[in-house]
Design a protein around this ligand. Structure first.
Ligand code: CO
Length: 140
């Protein structure tokens, strides 16, 4: 049995071509609350997050061509890009995946939005779905 405990689905991320248009769709159609828009310079994307806590929706839109999300859109069009699982110990989870020989994109955690530790598992290592692991900052 794994020592890693997942807290649940943190977010699903959808790659879109026009962020403002997609935001308008999700607001108008579902009445979802836009929590924030953030430019992640590191990954050359702008993101829009709907909701708070677990189960959020993240829209991601490339800011430059020839980046990973731009290539995804060119090849596959808009659609589900990744899911993100919130775990209590991201290092332990990565260690376990390495032991299993799973294909990892990030061998060690990076710092993502809001100071969370994040790491991506290649779809080959997670049943065909690009999977982000996230460990949020400890709440005081
Ligand atoms: Co994400």
């Amino acid at each position: 049995m794994s020592q890693v405990k997942a807290k649940g689905l943190d977010h699903v991320a959808i790659a879109v071509k026009d962020l403002e248009q997609a935001i308008a769709f999700y607001q108008a159609t579902f009445g979802l609350e836009l929590a924030e828009i953030e430019e992640v310079k590191d990954q050359k994307v702008r993101t829009a997050i709907f909701g708070h806590g677990l189960g959020r929706i993240e829209l991601i839109c490339p800011t430059e061509p020839d980046t990973s999300v731009a290539k995804f859109l060119d090849k596959r069009g808009e659609g589900l890009h990744h899911i993100c699982i919130e775990v209590d110990d991201i290092e332990a989870c990565l260690a376990e995946l390495k032991q299993q020989g799973a294909a990892l994109i990030d061998q060690t955690p990076k710092i993502g939005a809001g100071g969370a530790k994040i790491a991506f598992i290649h779809p080959k290592g997670a049943h065909g779905v690009l999977t982000e692991l996230r460990q949020g900052p400890k709440k005081p």
